[in-house]
Write a protein that binds this ligand. Structure first.
Ligand code: SF4
Length: 403
């Protein structure tokens, strides 16, 4: 009896594909499948090819973004990936709205660390009009103190008129992630719909806010669903695309879900870059634990990162973030013209100086990379799988932030 053999996949030449994309070709679904099925052995070649598009549109700059969690936890929604969800047992910081002065102070520390965009984020399905007034005050104060800084609001699903009010207050951008494929969404959340997410991004665009919308990968999506989500983001024409790698918090339904390898993360980033060549592509939450020692390599594809900590978990030490950028020959957006070797040397000296100071157990940012990197967890150190480390510094605490 004759045996069936699977049709042989013709390997894609990533450089030939990138050259066609550079000339205006739009990535097809078949090509997207070939990118994701690139072998581990060939993945760094794919990264090099994707890097040509990254450098064409963004040269060697890295945009540094800084998160301020304005309101943490206590959310009535049930997004399965989220440590702030209804019923989450994760022992995260829980607090209600920061005062505007405190939000501006926290943002200022991130700006001092090199951020050119501040992302003001609050938990919840969406803001009340009172919440929008409150955040508008923060944006106004922030823009008065730091007129050169971009402000992105991330407050959930918007109602009519709220996007326009945020724009009038001075917001530059609005973030609302599609997160995953429409076909997977009902398994990820039951309290709001994928369509509501799309509509919020459209409202932001209509109000003149720069749309920011991205993904969380590693939630059990199939390759078809991953490609579906990336092509939906392309159709949405989002200016910036954060790619989060699932941080499987204990106490959430996705606890213990580890579907990603560093090379798989690089292939996903390459897919987004080739599908959306001129968009800001941000390596977002979970980069430390999933990309591990390949974080700097990922900057050859992505052109944007968050500095320091995330909403409810700790990130890599901010100085390590900046040193990683400089060491790999990239420059922080807004600091072009500075010598990366000099920046690396200055960061090294600052870390060295900090490491000689008496330790302060309450100050997680006082000892440079060696002591403060993820509070002793391995997430930022490239040494294997690490559980998310819950944030205990910055917004909502008396401790100085990781910035
Ligand atoms: S992602 Fe946002 S809406 Fe969903 S549970 Fe978390 S805080 Fe609530």
């Amino acid at each position: 009896m004759a045996t069936m053999t699977a049709p042989k996949r013709i390997p894609v030449d990533p450089f030939a594909l990138v050259s066609r994309i550079s000339a205006g070709h739009r990535l097809t679904v078949a090509e997207a499948h070939m990118i994701i099925s690139t072998s581990d052995e060939q993945t760094l070649t794919l990264v090099s090819a994707a890097g040509l598009l990254r450098r064409k549109h963004f040269a060697n700059t890295v945009k540094v973004n800084y998160l301020v969690n304005l309101k943490s936890g206590l959310c009535p929604e049930d997004c399965t990936y989220c440590s702030q969800r209804l019923g989450s047992k994760a022992e995260i910081l829980k607090y209600t709205w920061l005062k505007p002065e405190e939000a501006v102070r926290q943002a200022g520390l991130g700006i001092a660390g090199g951020a050119s965009r501040v992302c003001l984020v609050a938990s919840g399905k969406g803001p009340s009009d009172r919440d929008v007034n409150r955040v508008s005050t923060m944006i106004d104060q922030l823009k008065t103190e730091h007129p050169q800084i971009e402000v992105c609001a991330c407050l959930g699903i918007l109602k009519d008129g709220q996007a326009a009010q945020l724009r009038s207050a001075g917001a530059d951008a609005y973030n609302h992630n599609l997160n995953t494929a429409e076909s997977l969404y009902p398994q990820i959340c039951s309290t709001h719909s994928y369509q509501e997410r799309v509509e919020t991004v459209e409202q932001a665009k209509t109000a003149g806010l720069s749309p920011c919308s991205g993904l969380i990968v590693g939630m059990g999506e199939s390759t078809d669903q991953l490609i579906e989500a990336v092509f939906a983001l392309r159709a949405l024409n989002s200016d910036s695309i954060p790619v989060n790698f699932l941080m499987p918090f204990d106490g959430t339904p996705l606890e213990g879900t580890w579907n990603l390898s560093p090379l798989a993360c690089l292939r996903i980033l390459a897919l987004v870059r080739l599908a959306c060549p001129d968009k800001e592509l941000r390596i977002a939450g979970g980069r430390e634990m999933h990309l591990r020692s390949m974080q700097a390599t990922a900057l050859e594809v992505a052109n944007s990162i968050f500095l320091g900590d995330y909403l409810t978990s700790e990130g890599q030490d901010a100085r390590t973030d900046l040193a990683m950028i400089a060491d790999a020959g990239f420059v922080v957006l807004g600091q072009e013209g500075q010598d990366s070797a000099q920046i690396a040397q200055a960061l090294h000296e600052a870390a060295d100086h900090a490491s000689r100071q008496p330790s302060d157990a309450g100050n997680a940012n006082s000892s440079g990379c060696a002591g403060s990197c993820c509070s002793g967890a391995t997430a930022g150190c490239g040494t294997g799988k690490a559980e998310p480390v819950l944030r205990r510094r910055g917004a909502g605490t008396p401790e100085i932030p990781n910035a």
